[in-house]
Design a binder for this molecule. Structure first.
Ligand code: PGA
Length: 253
């Protein structure tokens, strides 16, 4: 049985005080109500608040992820944060290749592959994002696009390392738009991704691989999305900023 993962991606939102407050509320809820047995829950706050988050989450069931990492190990890269730095404040996960990073910061699969390597070297679990643009889907190219992203960004890994990675399918047209993929569209793509993994590695590796859905997942639609056979949880943006909605999503697995 694959474990589910619910990951909150806070993006570039919240002041320090607001982040502190949201973390405290999420932890209180987990302390009071526990977590579903089959799920891991994490939040990915802005980098500036990671140490606050790992401190507050220490000894609790909450895990912490970063939103980005440098592809370089160390040195003169002003403004960047290395995998070693993330590891030094006990970050567990890191999102890699979110579509906003691909679009606004021109990150390509080659650079993302290096980021994945850096994270694995420091025992941080990459959450590798893939997903097509609306044009790709309208041109019936969505499978090809996702396949190329995985091939170039992730499939350079040997089996041992690949087993340490989580995949997030996030159709770009669904992110922050309120327009969710239908459960059938999500399931179709997740099954396709799992088949690619089986072909590249093995069926056993594919059966273990956790594939999250992201894109306007919310308290109202999470249950149906997570009930699909190949959907192993969600990467949640907007709805993860509201403690009540996030709690409902956690309990939808
Ligand atoms: P959204 O974002 O839930 O606000 O659509 C998801 C994501 O970008 O990870």
């Amino acid at each position: 049985m694959r474990r589910k993962i619910i990951a909150g991606n806070w993006k570039m939102n919240m002041s320090f005080a607001e982040a502190d407050d949201l973390l405290a509320t999420i932890i209180q809820d987990i302390d009071a109500n526990g977590l579903p047995d089959n799920a891991d829950v994490l939040v990915c706050p802005p980098a500036l608040y990671l140490e606050l988050a790992t401190d507050m989450a220490s000894g609790k069931e909450l895990l912490v992820g970063a939103q980005n990492v440098s592809s370089q190990p160390a040195g003169a890269y002003t403004g960047e944060i290395s995998a070693a730095m993330l590891a030094s404040v006990e970050v567990d996960y890191c999102i890699v290749g979110h579509s906003e990073r691909r679009q606004y910061f021109h990150e390509n699969n080659e650079e993302l592959a290096r980021k994945v390597d850096m994270l694995l070297e420091h025992h941080i679990t990459p959450i590798f994002c893939c997903g097509e643009l609306l044009d790709d889907r309208e041109d019936d190219m969505h499978m090809e696009v996702v396949s190329a992203q995985l091939e170039e960004g992730l499939f350079h890994l040997d089996e041992e390392h690949f087993r340490q990675v989580v995949i997030a399918y996030e159709p770009v047209w669904a992110i922050g738009t309120g327009k969710t993929a239908t459960p059938e569209q999500a399931q179709e793509m997740h099954a396709f991704i799992r088949a690619l993994v089986a072909k590249k590695y093995s069926k056993e590796v594919a059966d273990q691989c956790q594939i999250l859905y992201g894109g306007s997942c919310n308290a109202g639609n999470a249950k149906e999305l997570f009930s699909q056979a190949d959907v192993d949880g969600g990467l949640i943006g907007g709805a993860s900023l509201k403690a009540g909605d996030f709690a409902t999503i956690i309990r939808s697995v």
